[in-house]
Ligand binder design. Sequence first.
Ligand code: MSP
Length: 667
Amino acid sequence: MDKRFYLTTPIYYVNGVPHVGSATTTLLCDALARFHRLRGETVFFLTGTDEHGSKVAEAAAKAGLSPQALVDRNSRQFADCWNYLHVSYDDFIRTSEPRHMEVVAEVFRRLLAKGDIYASQYEGWYSVADETFLRDSEVRDGRSLETGAEVRRITEDNYFFRLSAYQDRLLQHIEANPNFLQPDTRRNEVLAFIKEGLRDVAISRTNAGWDIPVPNDPAQSIYVWFDAVINYLSATGWPNDAAWDTLWPADLHLVGKEIYTRFHATLWPAMLMGLDLPLPGTVLGHGWWLIGGEKGAKSKGNIPTPQEVVEELVARSGADPEVAKDALRYYLLRDISYTSDAEFSIDNLIQNRYNPELCNKLGNLLNRTLKMLAQYAGGVIPDCAAQTQDGPLATLAREAAQDAERAMLAFDPGAALEAALKLVEGGNGDIDRTAPWKLAKAGDTAGMGEALYAALEATRIAAVLLTPMLPHVADVIRAQLGLSGKPLADWAHETQWGGLPAGTQTEEAHPIFPRIDTKREPKPALKKEPAMPETKIEDTPPAPPALAVPDAPAVPSYITIDDFAKIQLKIGEIKTADRVEGATKLLKLTVDIGEDAPRQILAGIAESYAPESLPGLKIVVVANLAPRKMRGLESQGMLMAATDAEGHAILLHPADPAAVPPGAQVR
Ligand code: MSP
């Protein structure tokens, strides 16, 4: 079998919980794995959990659980979180599994037999919190200079790994393989670290607890980091599984910067050299998410979980939760940096990425173009691939695809997102320039068709470029373009101009990323799509004559108080709110107006309010409007709403909702 593209995340400590930091590394790998699969390669994407060590034993004792029960429970949280985010891992390795523990013992035996492992005495500092041995120069006042964690002075008989013996070979390998350590800043840090002089490292501890015992010396247990890095090899089935070398060497180890130099760029490669195994193609380290300038960590309680961010996005935007997950993916992948740290905040996510890029640029391009196509051409893709293939958008699409591919091959999903966005911006700019609504008005059907085809084809290609990063959103875009039944071919085919077949019936446009109004209170979430020229409003129920004043007459025609008294206005409390299948603007509500049962009311407010934001709200209802049917459903009243500058319905509420019960008269 051919060599597979093999990439790994760090294995996460089970005594932590998944958060947006660990999710970032995992999602970077997910995007790269999906990209390589889209290119037609066979991929093996490994993640997992790091389950040994005294910290785990201590946590289990505190929780009143056996260590195995604790690690089973906590490891599942990581798998659940990655499944929630649709991480496409191929294998999930746990260091408490026999398949891993046996390989660790085998590595130990081989290195011992070779003389690369020897027994000696360790006298120095150890940090339990970081599971790290430290030099005197790395400690001040009983704490690690790097992490601030408490250290203990220990004197132990230990086994040592002869790291110093690999100093020169490591330097040679790094110099000869410019792609091995990335980015350059980290490579330079590693070179400086090695040149300072590598010292042999203790790789066992006495007082074995919840660890892998040293073969033939059960009083000693294997140091967690020696154990942990071997996961990358044990997952391949080395040395007994015949197919292990279809995986090894790994093409990419992706890790955060704090575990880069000491563990992934020196100890692990030296161990592999000791085993006469080839080294991984690339070890890549990224920067941290900071929260208020400090490293985000669950132990500090300052970093949210992916679920928390997604829930907040859904509450504030009314977006589909699957879309919100992709919005989080977009932000994490676009703003994490390989060379520096970045500040994480939901406000940054919304103000820098969600609203301006996903909603105003990507969502808007698709929405406005599809609406125009529906209005002027029955939603059917015109036969214009050939006429547009040398046009400015086709050129831009080719460049964007090349840029995105180059970025992904350089392990940089953030740069690939930028390339896709450039194409989206080009699409919007082209629509503004060609103004298909003017062409349609002027009867230039051919020109209008070409303009719309080019914009829609650019949108399709942008969705292909986004597929590895935003898998759900890319599918929704394809579905709206009428391509849901058409399987995705490979990257090379899908990025060719002209893939949108003439005659395809597109779906009704509906906004993917409801805009988040940052000036309003988070709830109720107000959704606004940017205004679009010349659209038809299909589902808005016509307002009854008594309340609709389309063009205010110059001289007001008065009504009497008796006329007004005919309209029965009551306070209602919204009980439930649901979308109506097939209608983009209607919501189906049940509203308590103080009667025996709540009324069913249909309201054209779906573009302004997320259904989940409505229950519990007090509103004003016209209670004696004759019932009428909309979309086959009976509406038994009408909500009162004002209209904002962009034509969106804004509901009216009592100033003191608690003071007025459902059914209270409005006069
Ligand atoms: N178990 C070790 C890794 C062993 S790999 C053989 C470990 N685990 S960890 O749970 O602490 O995970 C650390 C990793 O989580 C980092 O390397 C990084 O990938 C990710 N992150 C943790 N906090 C982070 C930020 N604040 N920002 C970005 N990534 C972060 O270390």
